[in-house]
Design a protein around this ligand. Structure first.
Ligand code: NAD
Length: 512
């Protein structure tokens, strides 16, 4: 591969289909949450403006779900569960899920509009996200076929005593989802939860609730019984908190930032609700001396700029061996300088807007902290203006700092890369692991054996050789440290077990 062939994810021109406009307009009324198959306005009378971050245009207005609606949704979930969903066969659930996937694919343009216009993504990446829905559904249906539901085989514990396990769905489970990959992460939650036989509450981010609401509309068309799929839009500290605190929710799958994950864990613990958390990262990349610095700089640049750095395992820290350090930095500078900043729906854009008005300030604080801790700007970042568009645009940040300097201790959710020279690969591994996070890191080398040895030594849930931001069904996506846990991770066979409670049943002969 020639270095010049490697480009950042890039936009094509995109215009919203009329069906997206109609869905958002909703006859002039705010879109409600979806509970028991019905659109429900929020009892708190709060309405959230859902915007296009590249223009600040209001795309839709969405009612925020309050305490009462969360209660109603939990009740609706149990009604549907007891009313028949828990007795459906795997084949029946699989057929409904695949029908939902077909409808999703029929209306893909609407989901693309959600990702591009509301989520701020460029089309190349948004199109890639669309494939996750079918892949995830088919994968978990396959896993479910290999899973024992109900009674396991009986073990003789001792004479007169048998034991076995009994696996059943929890009943009502919730998925709390962030804004950066709303379609992919909704699918990662919905598919295993539903195929396991649960009724679900989907809590989309207040920034990007449209695709989850549209999923609910399609679920109705697919024939899911009312109450199986409920969608509760609203702010995290209100709607999300009510879900986390609700005693009827038996399991919560949370994806988001570590601080919010901690507060959800505390809230859920009041009732002993199980919580699985997949959280932020502060990904690193090690560049070995044998690697072509220009080629690797472009590949790392493409990954660091994936969704403008708003990807959980994005590369923020690079440790380059000294022989390639200067060339790597020069090539990275050229790559980042060449990024076309623009509106996400306009052909050629590679660096679009950040999600909301708060992000620029947070990014600038991160850059200031890094500089205060000794990082030297090569490209200083900061706000950008895009002629003709009033949106939240930011320039990329590329920094250089001394070995071992702790310049970016926290996740900066933007195209933000800090490069440090290292004297040895041993030192590089120690620097990479010197973080509280642990989501995904990579090593770049021609020597695949060496690469795998290094990949196994990262503290992260994912170690990668010559690639980054890599996911595949069947291979767990999971974080260590403050990036996630407990359990094996999402998107893998063990994930299905999260959505089942497994009871131990012992049977002794009747004494006497
Ligand atoms: P966030 O933590 O602010 O919000 C995530 C979700 O939690 C949203 O739906 C929000 O409304 C809800 N929420 C917020 N406060 C809550 C509370 N007190 N109680 C209950 N729910 C609450 O995260 P974000 O800004 O939407 O997303 C970005 C973060 O997500 C980054 O840290 C990113 O790395 C992380 N992320 C992780 C993964 C992963 O798989 N590990 C994937 C994508 C994003």
């Amino acid at each position: 591969m020639a270095p010049g062939d490697i480009q950042a994810f890039t936009a094509d021109d995109f215009t919203a289909p009329q069906a997206f406009e109609n869905f958002c307009y909703n006859g002039g009324k705010p879109l409600g949450g979806v509970i028991a198959g019905k659109s429900v306005p929020g009892s708190m009378n709060a309405v959230i403006d859902v915007i296009n971050p590249g223009t600040k245009e209001v795309l839709a207005r969405v009612s925020e779900m309050g305490y009462d609606e969360v209660n109603l949704a939990v009740e609706a979930g149990y009604r549907a569960f007891q009313g028949g969903w828990k007795n459906t066969t795997l084949q029946e659930r699989a057929a409904l899920i695949m029908k939902l996937v077909e409808l999703f694919e029929r209306d893909k343009e609407i989901f693309l509009a959600c990702e591009i216009l509301n989520g701020g993504k460029v089309s190349e990446l948004a199109h890639g996200d669309m494939g996750a829905v079918r892949r995830t559904a088919e994968y978990f249906i396959g896993v479910a076929r290999e899973t024992t539901f109900g009674d396991s085989s009986v073990q003789r514990v001792r004479r007169g005593l048998d034991g076995y396990t009994y696996a059943e769905p929890w009943g009502v489970v919730a998925g709390i989802i962030p804004w950066n990959y709303p379609v992919v992460l909704a699918a990662w939650f919905m598919m295993p939860a539903l195929i396991a036989g649960n009724c679900i509450l989907v809590k989309p981010s207040e920034e990007t609730p449209l695709s989850a609401l549209y999923f609910a509309k399609l679920a109705d068309e697919a024939g899911f019984p009312p109450g199986v799929i409920n969608v509760l839009p609203g702010r995290g500290e209100l709607s999300g908190k009510f879900i986390a605190e609700h005693p009827g929710v038996r399991f919560i799958a949370f994806t988001g930032s570590p601080g919010v994950g901690q507060s959800i864990l505390r809230a859920a613990d009041k009732h002993g609700t199980r919580v699985k958390r997949e959280m932020g990262g502060n990904g690193s990349a090690i560049v070995c001396a044998d690697a072509d610095p220009e080629l690797v700089a472009r590949l790392i640049g493409r990954n660091a700029n994936q969704h403008f750095g708003q990807t959980c395992s994005t590369i923020h820290r690079v440790f380059a061996e000294r022989p390639v350090f200067d060339d790597f930095v020069d090539a990275s500078e050229a790559f980042f300088k060449g990024l076309k900043i623009g509106n996400q729906a306009e052909r050629g854009t590679q660096l679009g807007p950040v999600i909301n008005s708060r992000q620029p300030q947070r990014i600038i604080q991160g850059i200031e902290l890094a500089r205060a801790n000794g990082a030297e700007p090569i490209l200083g970042g900061g706000r950008a203006s895009v002629p003709g568009y009033d949106g939240y645009y930011m320039k990329p940040t590329l920094l250089r700092s001394k070995t071992w300097s702790d310049c970016n201790p926290a996740e900066i959710f933007h195209t933000f890369v800090n490069v440090q020279p290292v004297d040895s690969l041993e030192q590089a591994i120690q620097c990479a692991n010197n973080t509280r996070y642990g989501l995904g890191s990579s090593v770049w080398t021609k020597d695949l054996e060496l690469g795998q040895r290094i990949a196994k030594r990262f503290r992260d849930g994912t170690g990668q050789v010559n690639c980054h931001n890599t996911v595949a069904p069947g291979i767990p996506y999971s974080g260590q440290g403050i990036s996630g846990g407990p359990g094996a991770g999402t998107n893998c066979a063990e994930t299905l077990r999260d959505y089942l409670q497994v009871k131990a049943i012992f049977v002794s002969d009747y004494p006497g």
